[in-house]
Design a protein around this ligand. Structure first.
Ligand SMILES: [Zn+2]
Length: 458
């Protein structure tokens, strides 16, 4: 992989013309050329762009021809041109945060892997420590990225403790551009229902989105000794809490966002709620569409590669969740990327799964996995791929000037080719020693990725 940046020394303006591509937004597909200048999309030349009249079309043709001599030109004939993809749920550096190892280059490595795979923005979590104000949690997390990020990044703030001046604290983070908070209903950082309601009530007033990791903790505790990992964290735990959050959303009029939906029952509950007008967004992840509990069927060290929560479910769950994507019930597909090392954090605990680190990587392959599955195999319109992986996350999280290819927006662009490739560890740059998708053959990957008009070649 060669990183190359266009020469911008001496005040010379950087101009790139991407010609002859198929420009795909969530609501349109047009054939045309894109002029990128100084990091933004300067012009789109297309007969189909915004209903131009004939005279104007001639003028565009002329200026396009003039430009050819003064630009770097990239020929995108036969390629899709997508808006830069956004991963709304990632955990770079989490193994380090949890004390698994120290002083790694996680932020550098993982943001680079994201970019190579076509993701130009990731959203991470600034987690509140006990006694800490939300704004301090945010600022502390931001510092971790300084000088290390290869792609754009934004934050949700995870509330682990409700303090008396919650409303004012939410105003403070909103003023810093954070429009979403995250709540847990299990693990040590879980909030009780009375606190969840308080957060949702405040966020409703402030027009902020509340993301929830839905697993009812009492059910997890009840099932913790089950030897089947999928049943240690059963679908009932997820669906119970999904229903609770949906009802809290009805009561508070707060917009909620259910993270990493893994089961058909939860998808069904969300579909019904949407039909009744509840303000609920649904997120799922590639692993819940592609992998299932077959991975847990033979006890072996290998199965620890697939230990995450919620766990992988059954084949019918894969099918129901794919259907939810095809029918527009799913709003966002993110990774929940969490890059533990197989050798150090997983393999040796296969006889006591509770000790194995929970989480799997996937930040680099997300777009290829989903393009291959939904567009190539299930015939999803590429416009809907853009909706799930770029436009919706930008809109839901109020990420300005992203998720849509139009004049004036940041030149975060992916030129996509329908090439087949095999997932081997030499192409994976996620900073882990395994990929849950190793060995898979996929169709579709970035040929070039532009971020603020600067290009890296795929
Ligand atoms: Zn997560």
């Amino acid at each position: 992989m060669i990183l190359f940046f266009y020469n911008c020394s001496g005040g010379v303006s950087i101009k790139t013309l991407i010609k002859n591509g198929v420009i795909v937004n969530y609501d349109s597909t047009i054939k045309g050329h894109i002029l990128v200048e100084n990091g933004v999309i300067k012009r789109i030349f297309s007969k189909e762009y915004e209903g131009l009249n004939n005279d104007f079309e001639e003028l565009l043709k002329k200026s396009y021809d003039d430009l050819l001599g003064e630009c770097e030109v990239i020929d995108a004939e036969g390629n899709f041109i997508f808006p830069g993809f956004i991963d709304a749920h990632t955990h770079p550096g989490l193994p380090e945060d949890l004390g698994f190892y120290k002083e790694t280059d996680d932020f550098y490595t993982e943001t680079k892997a994201a970019l190579i795979g076509g993701t130009t923005t990731i959203v991470d979590f600034a987690e509140q420590e006990k006694g800490q104000r939300l704004i301090d949690a945010l600022n502390k997390r931001k510092k971790r990225y300084e000088g290390k990020a290869n792609c754009k990044y934004a934050f949700h703030v995870a509330i682990t403790e409700v303090q008396d001046d919650l409303y004012n604290q939410l105003v403070e983070i909103k003023n810093e551009g954070v429009n979403s908070v995250k709540l847990y209903t299990t693990y040590g950082m879980k909030l009780g229902n009375d606190h969840i309601l308080k957060v949702m009530d405040c966020c409703s007033k402030l027009n902020m989105v509340v993301l929830v990791h839905c697993e009812e903790d009492s059910i997890i505790n009840y099932c913790k000794d089950n030897l089947n990992y999928s049943k240690q964290r059963p679908w009932q735990a997820e669906q119970t809490m999904v229903n609770t959050i949906i009802n809290f959303s009805r009561l508070t009029d707060c917009t909620c966002y259910i993270c990493h939906v893994s089961s058909k029952e939860s998808a069904h509950a969300i579909k019904n709620a949407k039909e009744q007008g509840v303000k609920v967004y649904m997120e799922t992840c590639p692993q819940y569409l592609i992998l299932n509990s077959d991975k847990y069927s033979t006890p072996s060290a290998e199965m620890t590669k697939f230990i995450l929560s919620p766990p992988l479910r059954e084949k019918e769950d894969n099918e129901a969740l794919i259907k939810a994507c095809l029918e527009g019930i799913t709003d966002v597909i993110s990774t929940d990327h969490c890059a533990f090392l197989y050798k150090e954090h997983k393999e040796k605990y296969f006889k006591d799964l509770n000790k194995a680190a929970k989480g799997i990587p996937g930040i680099q392959l997300r777009v290829s996995l989903i393009y291959d599955l939904l567009v190539e195999k299930y015939g999803l319109n590429p416009k809907d791929l853009v909706k799930l992986l770029s436009y919706n996350p930008a809109k839901i999280l109020s990420l300005e000037d992203r998720g849509y290819i139009k004049e004036g927006n940041s030149a975060d662009i992916v030129i996509w080719e329908r090439e087949k490739f095999k997932v081997t560890m030499d192409i994976i740059k996620e900073g882990t020693d395994y990929s849950p998708y190793e060995g898979m053959e996929l169709t579709g990957r970035p040929k070039y990725v532009f971020i603020n008009g600067q290009a890296i070649k795929g």
